[in-house]
Design a protein around this ligand. Structure first.
Ligand SMILES: [Zn+2]
Ligand SMILES: [Zn+2]
Length: 314
């Protein structure tokens, strides 16, 4: 399995403002030495030496993650604005995929707002399967595409064949992968997913304010959270901010680290980045999360930011 992050901002998309772009360019220019400019090689080495928070951006788009089970088959989690570029990229593939399986954590705007702009959904050759543990998925999704909010309707203009699935308590089996789900602590209800395929496991657990019961060593918790090879986890806040924002439905990066350690996760990807945080601030949070993880007893835990465009083998 491997996953690609197409959007990892929380709450709303975060564009790089003119001031943010100017600040990045100014910082890069300050770092250039004459020796960095002497040849094409030197220039490329210089660019490669820049930290990722400076030479790019962590993520501007809201939640969307592609999980490729193998060369042929893939699943998609959430349809935030990241799904727009995902859809464009799929159109460029040869041959373009004809079948999509799209799982929703919940229906806050940052998890559905890209769907009306997901180009494969308009292609009559495409079969789109949409999943949620909640009933009424068709109504919920089609209602964001009605007058006066959107010029065309889902059923009137999306040419794909769409099938809406309500997930059973035991999850679903697809292409030989098992997809499990469970409810998370989040206003208005949200659901996390665990995928097992080829002896590996992947967790997509976002929009959750982790609580004491999530840490309890129950069979159900262990079955869902335990021993994941890779886990994408809500880590929107710093600890200070999480204390100010109790009941907002999100977690701090330090709690995310505690949680991943408690469940013996191998690799943790911090997700649902606070839109007010700059790339530099997110990088500082990452370094703090790594220091914190190193100080906790237990297995080795690798921590990273879920960065838009990254592809990770699970
Ligand atoms: Zn969200
Ligand atoms: Zn939410």
């Amino acid at each position: 399995m491997r996953f690609t992050v197409w959007g990892s901002r929380g709450s709303h998309p975060t564009v790089l403002t003119p001031a943010a772009v100017q600040s990045k360019i100014a910082t890069v220019v300050q770092r250039i030495r004459p020796i960095d400019l002497v040849s094409q090689d030197a220039r490329e080495r210089f660019l490669a030496s820049l930290p990722s928070w400076l030479f790019g951006t962590t993520s501007g788009n809201t939640a969307c993650v592609q999980l490729e089970l193998d060369r042929e088959n893939q699943l998609v989690f959430d349809a935030g604005s990241g799904i727009i570029e995902f859809g464009q990229a799929q159109r460029r593939r040869e041959p373009p995929p004809r079948e999509y399986h799209l799982f929703f954590t919940h229906f806050h705007y940052d998890h559905i707002q890209g769907l009306p702009f997901f180009v494969p959904a308009y292609d009559p050759r495409v079969r789109l399967h949409l999943y949620s543990p909640l009933e009424g998925l068709h109504e919920t999704l089609s209602q964001q595409m009605i007058h006066p909010y959107f010029p065309v309707t889902m059923d009137g203009t999306m040419g794909s064949t769409r099938t809406f699935h309500r997930l059973d308590p035991e999850g679903v089996e697809l292409y030989g992968a098992r997809v499990l789900w469970r409810e998370l602590n989040h206003p208005g209800r949200a659901f996390g997913y665990r995928v097992e395929y080829g002896g590996r496991s992947f967790g997509y657990v976002t929009d959750v304010e982790l609580l004491e019961p999530d840490f309890e060593q129950t069979a159900a918790n262990s079955r869902f959270f335990g021993n994941l090879d890779a886990m994408i986890l809500d880590a929107q806040y710093t600890l200070d901010e999480a204390i100010e924002k109790i009941n907002w439905g999100h977690s701090s990066f330090s709690l995310a680290v505690d949680f991943a350690k408690a469940w013996n996760v191998r690799r943790l990807f911090l997700f649902h980045h606070e839109p007010q945080y700059s790339d530099r601030k997110l990088e500082q949070n990452l370094q703090a999360a790594r220091r914190y993880a190193a100080g906790i007893k237990g297995g080795e835990l690798q921590v990273d930011l879920a960065r838009e465009g990254m592809t990770i083998d699970v």
